[in-house]
Design a protein. Structure first.
Length: 322
């Protein structure tokens, strides 16, 4: 297990470095117009550009970038997005609570619903309830989340007026008023998660319910409900729980399009602005943040299989448990 973890971490750093290099080169290839607004800010921007070597070859710029990041943990300053000349890491930390809040609400609501509906569909296999749930799954999975965002925004927010079209301004993201203003983006983010968990839970539980040990449990005198709760659910949740863990880790990444549609002042919205305005430092910091979270999430998800089911051994090892 230790050897496997060390290997995955090394591969994670190699992957992170490769993605960092690609992102740096690609963003530098875009045109870089200098915005001459106020003279003082213009001179300050030129000084920052000179310090970061913006007028030098790309490889030299990349060397300066790596040196500042790995020796000083200096990701630079915001130049054209948000608070001008603010430290990039501080600016991202300021925007992160909004992203965490909307995604945390979405996960807390969608995970239980997806699992419960999946269990219900498996227990009602081939009945009309199962058919209805399968149709809902197909619709929710095949349609992108931003389409649902426009639909709930128009029909529920605009036509019916039940919830605000955009979220409330402020920083108290875990208050009741803020939660009410986040209902529409939470709905848009939750549909896909609910459908994915419903489909996966139904498939795993259906396979478990038809296994040989379930027939043996019924033969020993257990009722269908007792056999399902004691044996089927326990075994079916082995592959399901790592997915749930992945969803909770993923609350940091957010949704670029959803945040943009509902004007959520989160990291995703800032990320789009950093690309449009050629804010190199902010773009690189957020790109590496997203990449690091995704890679760590993959490792945590893989390792969780071994903790949930001790019979699973990582790294190709064999187990003597039968």
């Amino acid at each position: 297990m230790v050897k496997y973890v060390v290997k995955r971490i090394l591969l994670m750093f190699i992957t992170l470095f490769i993605i960092m290099t690609i992102c740096f080169v690609m963003i530098k290839l875009l045109p870089d117009p200098i915005i001459k607004s106020k003279l003082a800010e213009y001179k300050q921007e030129l000084a920052l550009r000179e310090a970061w070597g913006y007028n030098k070859p790309i490889l030299t710029q990349y060397g300066i970038f790596l040196k500042k990041v790995f020796t000083e943990w200096d990701w630079g300053y915001c130049i054209r997005v948000g608070t001008k000349f603010m430290d990039v890491t501080e600016y991202i930390a300021m925007k992160l609570p909004a992203t965490i809040a909307v995604n945390l609400y979405s996960v807390i609501i969608s995970v239980p619903l997806g699992i419960l509906f999946g269990i219900y569909a498996a227990l009602k296999k081939n009945k009309w309830q199962d058919q209805v749930i399968n149709v809902i799954i197909m619709i929710f999975i095949s349609v992108p989340s931003y389409v649902y965002a426009f639909l709930v925004q128009y029909f529920i927010g605009y036509k019916l007026g039940w919830f605000p079209i955009v979220i409330k301004t402020g920083t108290d993201y875990f208050s009741w008023d803020m939660f009410v203003s986040m209902v529409l983006p939470i709905m848009a983010l939750s549909f896909g998660t609910i459908a994915g968990l419903m489909r996966f839970t139904r498939a795993e539980l259906t396979e478990t319910l038809t296994s040989d040990y379930m027939l043996l449990a019924r033969a020993k005198g257990l009722t269908k409900m007792q056999a399902t709760v004691r044996h089927a659910l326990r075994n079916a949740f082995v592959p399901i729980l790592p997915m749930v863990i992945g969803y909770f880790v993923d609350i940091l990444t957010g949704s670029l399009i959803i945040e943009r549609i509902f004007q959520i002042p989160g990291v995703g919205n800032v990320y789009v602005d950093s690309i449009a305005n050629r804010d190199y430092n902010l773009f690189m910091a957020i790109s590496m943040f997203y990449t690091a979270v995704g890679l760590v999430m993959g490792i945590i998800t893989d390792l969780s299989y071994g903790f949930i089911d001790p019979r699973i051994r990582m790294g190709g090892g064999k187990t003597n448990e039968y």
